[in-house]
Design a protein around this ligand. Sequence first.
Ligand SMILES: Nc1ncnc2c1ncn2[C@@H]1O[C@H](COP(=O)(O)OP(=O)(O)O)[C@@H](O)[C@H]1O
Ligand SMILES: [Mg+2]
Length: 229
Amino acid sequence: MLSIQDIHTYYGDSYILQGVSLELTPGQVVALLGRNGVGKTTLARSIMGLTPARRGRILFKQIDITNLPAHRIARLGIGLVPQGRQIFRSLSVQEHLDVMARGQGRWSLDAIMELFPNLRARWRSLAGKLSGGEQQMLAAARALVGNPALLVMDEPTEGLAPLMIRELGRTIEVLKQTGTSILLIEQQLAFALRYADMVFIMSKGRIVHQCSPADLASDALTKSRYLGV
Ligand SMILES: Nc1ncnc2c1ncn2[C@@H]1O[C@H](COP(=O)(O)OP(=O)(O)O)[C@@H](O)[C@H]1O
Ligand SMILES: [Mg+2]
């Protein structure tokens, strides 16, 4: 599904991703963990074509997307739920989703509203008036209208109350049941371990550890060394 092969990514002269490789098979939820500043968001940006890798390659469904423009990568079926949500406070829920709605597939607007009933109730509200949890739902809904086969979620639990985190977990379970693959970037270890099929840990622009969630749960040394827990 997604094959990241030894990519190297820079911001100007800053050398951030220093040879990252990662594999994700269809239907899998892969968690990407690591402390602040290790390059997780940069990896998401390289996948989406927002900050393309300078070396190495990224294949999605066997297609080399390394140097494709972002809109083409999105159209091939990768959706991004960006860190910090990046919604437009002065646009309504409807405007966020209408702008993006396109094509056929599993995620019609109706199906999305069934998944997020709160958004249906807030259809004409400005995004800036939504709660943090509703804004996160809106960011996820916006990614789903493109009917992605792969969803990249960058710290979706950040700033959410425990109840909303549980709600988000339910959403991930539904997505998993419908066969959507997810790259779940997280700081919340317990949340990631609950939903991931495989875990990758990043440190200083490299993948330093790969294991099952169960193995990480019982690996105190790795957790304290790379995750500070
Ligand atoms: N637009 C940018 N320009 C220059 N450096 C950046 C930019 N964005 C992030 N960085 C730097 O790249 C490194 C990795 O950042 P990031 O990918 O956001 O890490 P993470 O998501 O793991 O917290 C950090 O040192 C950060 O300061
Ligand atoms: Mg980040």
